[in-house]
Structure formats: C-alpha cells, structure tokens
Design a protein around this ligand. Sequence first.
Ligand code: AMP
Ligand code: GLY
Length: 416
Amino acid sequence: MAGMSALVVGSGGREHALCLGLARSESIAEIHCAPGNAGTAEIATNHPFSEVSDLIHLAFQLDVDFVVVGPEAPLCDGLADKLGNMGIPCFGPVAALARLEGSKLHAKQVMKANNVPTAAFHVLGKDSDVEAALDDFAGNPWVVKRDVLAGGKGVVVTSDRNEARDFIKDSIESDGQVLLEEFLPGDEASMLVVMDGSGFVCLPASQDHKREFEGDKGRNTGGMGAYAPAPVYTDEVKDKTIERIVEPMHKALSSRRVPYRGVLYVGLMIDENNDPYVVEFNVRFGDPECQITMPLIASDLGDLLNSAARDKLADYDIKFHDKHALTVVLAAENYPGSVEKGRPIENVPGATSDSWVNHAGTITHEGQLLSNGGRVLACTAIADNLGDAASKAYGLIGQIELSGSHYRTDIGHKAL
Ligand code: AMP
Ligand code: GLY
C-alpha cells in the first residue's frame, strides 16, 4: 500500500526512531505522533495527547491507516482493543496479551504452559515461608521481581539476604505478592520479534547497557546505550531461540481470537552452553534498542508495521543491511533519579547519511531546544564495523552541550 498515514504513540527516543524509519518508507505519506518530542516534530505532526481516550479520538479524526504504539502503558490500558473495536489497525497487542509485560507472574505462567525455558521461581504472599524460599535459591544472588509495571524499578538482584528479604516484604505489602527467581548466569541480549496471527519476523539481536555507569556499575536505568547485532547471539543461539522460545510463543499468541499483533521483546540470558533463557518479555520495542534496530532494516518499515497490524506477515521477506549500529544516550543530571527539565541544549550536530541524533526528552520553546526528561538524546551511527559505529556516535555526543548531562563512555566495549 502506498501513500499511507500512520500515528505513532509515545514521546521518547524509540518513537523518534520509529518516525525516522517511517519517514524513509516509500509506503508512508503522512506521519503523526502523540505526544512526540522536538525530534518527531521535524518529520511528523505532533499532537499533545497521551490518554487512551484522546488517542482513540485522534486516530479517528485523522483517519489514519494504522497506529504504532511505542510504550507499554497504553497497551496495558486497552488502546489496541479500543482501536480494534473501531476497525483501526494497531501495531501493538490487546490488553490481555500486553499482560506479558504488565504481570511478570502471568508471563512466567505462559512460559511454563508452553515449555519456554526461563528461571525457576516462587510466588510469595503474606503467608509464605520467605526464609525457606530464600534458602532454596541461596548460593547465588537472589532475584526479586515485583508483579506490577514499575518503570524499571521492579527488580532487585542482590547477594545481601537482608536486602532481598526487605524488598520481598515491601513488595508483598504494596502488591500482595512477589516473585523470587533463580539467578541465571550468562550474557544478556535483546531479541525483537515482529509477529501477528499469520507469522513472525525476527530482527537483529542487540545488547543494551542498563546500568548508569561504565563497567555496568551504579543504578538501573531504562538503558544508557545499545548496539546491534550482538555477537553473543550466534547462529546456534538463534536456532535454539527460535525453536525453544519464538515458535512456541508465536503458536500460543497467534491462536487466540485476537492474535498478538506487534513486537515481542524477548530479554534473553544466554548461558555458557549457549542455551537461551527468557529473563523478561516486553510488548513493545526496547528503548534504546529500537534506535539501533530500525536503521538495520532495509525493507520498508511502514509496510512491515502495517502488515503486522493487519495479520499479513506470513512469508514476509524482510531484508537487513549487513552493518553495525550503535547508540549512546545523553542523560540529564541525576538520571535515573529525579531530573530538572527545561535546561537549554546547544550544539546538536546535524544528521549525516550514517550518523544522527535521536531525540528523547526534548521540547522546543520559542525556538530554543530544551531538555524535557531523563534520557534527553541518543547519538546513533551505523557503519561496516562496530568500532566505526562507536567512533561516529561518540563523535556526535562529544559536541552536545547540556549542563549536568552525562553518558557512558563504554557502550559496545564488550563486543569490541
Ligand atoms: P527484568 O526487568 O526482568 O528484565 O530484570 C532486570 C534485569 O535484572 C535484567 O536485565 C537482568 O540483568 C537482571 N535479571 C532479571 N532476572 C534475572 C535472573 N533470573 N537471573 C539473573 N539476572 C536477572
Ligand atoms: N532498554 C530496555 C527496555 O526497553 O526495556
């Protein structure tokens, strides 16, 4: 289909990357974004909405061909269900399937029912024997996961028994129950699978850097940088992942009355035997993984996303660039803690054919670019090898001026 219009929901670096990919698509004539940021405003029409009811009305008013949902919250709140009821195709699953991200216990139960490899776990409530459960997984760090959407703050991995016990008790107090998981050693990778009722397409696997400081130290963040493809995801790991994880999940999710339409983010732990285990599912593109995955797609992104929203993925022949992509996040002072918005940003370099700046928490006020969130910009580059991609991305980020901002200097180092 040529000349389509798309509405992208969200306001981060991920949504800017989606808009850039759609802007490159011959199938797309018009892009809208809600609420968007200063970067999306350059290539799409921004609309100041983020409530589900407003988004439904907007999609109807604009009469878009399809909607692409970036973040998980509106999906968990039923945005795809409501668009579906109105006959508007949506890239992003209905609420019942978005629970794969919304409830970690639900995700565990689905994995168990479909024999998908994942860590062993206990569900603990107020009457559970917490000490016995801690004993069960002693000898390794304890992994405690809250069963709610917690914005990246719902997981504690610790070798301190007191810390594990306190987090368990606090979580039971606030949520009623909590998961205690067996620790999985290994290397992590993020695998994005675009799927619908008719088929699935695996995108290149990437590696995120979730901690705030070099050497994976400091607090957990939404992601400080990423690169793709990830060398830990070898052909052997890929074959095992598809056979043991992607195919059974697709079978389960596509056989439903309303199938899964969107992207399933599979957070993998790959052990020393090259066996993959699922650490988490997300029901959306990763951020910043999206920023480096979109530029590796050589096929028309609008056609891919629209096909998935309409159950037309079967036998989709996707093409990728044989390149490496890397992105480095520029974060505001004190991120991932609370940040001050509204600081001026200067010297943002212009895009070239192989390097550019993704906007995340940015806004323009009276012609001045201002910070508007924790992760402010992401500097992204694509090259024939990872080292060149890193040099180009770091060449961009070194030019930008934002008071108090920080970034990690070791993105991609593990693979270099
Ligand atoms: P999640 O929000 O479930 O992705 O967990 C956040 C991070 O905690 C992951 O990216 C892993 O680094 C770590 N993690 C989660 N579950 C486990 C596990 N079972 N074993 C080891 N590390 C884990
Ligand atoms: N970068 C990790 C995530 O999007 O969940």
